[in-house]
Design a protein around this ligand. Sequence first.
Ligand code: SAH
Ligand code: SF4
Length: 397
Amino acid sequence: MSAATALMPIPGLIDPVPVRRGPDPRADGRTELVGLSKDAIRAALEAEGFEPRQAKLRSKQLWHWIYNRGVSDFSAMSDIAKAQQPRLAERFAISRPTVVEAQVSSDGTRKWLLRTHDGNDFEMVFIPDSDRGTLCVSSQVGCTLNCTFCHTGTMRLVRNLEPSEIVGQVMLARDALGEWPNPGEESASNYQSEGRLLTNIVMMGMGEPLYNFDNVRDALKIVMDGDGLGLSKRRITLSTSGVVPMMERAGDEIGVNLAVSLHSVRKEIRDEIVPLNRKYGIEQLLEACAAYPGANNARRITFEYVMLKDKNDSDADARELVRLIRKYKLPAKVNLIPFNPWPGAPYECSSGERIRAFSTIIFEAGISAPVRTPRGRDIDAACGQLKTASERKRKSA
Ligand code: SAH
Ligand code: SF4
């Protein structure tokens, strides 16, 4: 077992769960360039025997081709000497996750089943709206946290996704949507949202992003880099089920918008539906939200609240939610998510009438509480419906 594939503990519900630290090395022995920082690319070139000055120049050129032009073929890199191109191609790779299946919902939502180079499957979703397009990115294959209403939570965690696999999702979406700039038009490298299909990113696919902190941070740094993919941090949202000890670092080191999967304001209920609550309780979580760096009235924290019939949807629950938001003086908005069913799920969605009544109580307290329209349910692409056959396959192997 190499250092990369040695077991590492990822915090679980109660005891850490040992999972593989990283992927198997690529079968072809090449080094993946996607997901490496500019400095790391330079170092990789030097390690392959490039002179320091050459390595510096080439790393800048590679960065441009990879992130500004979406090019993955070294022979298309016209400012790199023809004689050097084969040498690069032999030692390095610029890749995307493999597409196993791509589906389109009747409402335009798209879902991709993707595969890592070492054979693990995960999903990515694109949700087009009239004024924006949101890519829902996965951070892990599976999840350790077992929230009872979430289909991903019924999968075990297979492994963390690498920065290359997280950035790779965004690059693949740009490929699929045809959003790489044409030659000559890429100079203002900041990716303008105007006229784009892909304008926003949410870390709300499979997995708990704060249990894969380093990789998520390194990936989002590239996504936000003005010379890289150039998406503004204001258009990126990271959702956590409440990993309290990592929240401050997320604000300091990543600085994107925060969403918190609250789902209940009562200890007994949240202990049941978001079992991580047994480790980090509601009060502790809300204190961490109050301290989240960068949160203010212009950049509110989103509280996600899945509407489960007769579980968490009473008027009293709504009033308690308002009380807590006021008590901790949180710049908050509440996102009410109708429960999306999956085969064998132990819950039902609250009625439309109940959801409206719940929303009204919060709204009348002066807090925005929109009800999210389910998207892509017909292709199992809606929140909480992502699950792949990885685990079954792994077991039979
Ligand atoms: N692990 C992170 C991010 C991924 S989940 C987290 O839990 O925050 C994205 C959102 O979908 C979370 O708020 C999650 O609780 C919610 N969700 C999970 N299952 C759902 C379901 N069946 N119906 C509606 N929302 C669900
Ligand atoms: Fe994991 Fe989030 Fe699903 Fe909970 S809701 S099981 S944390 S992916």
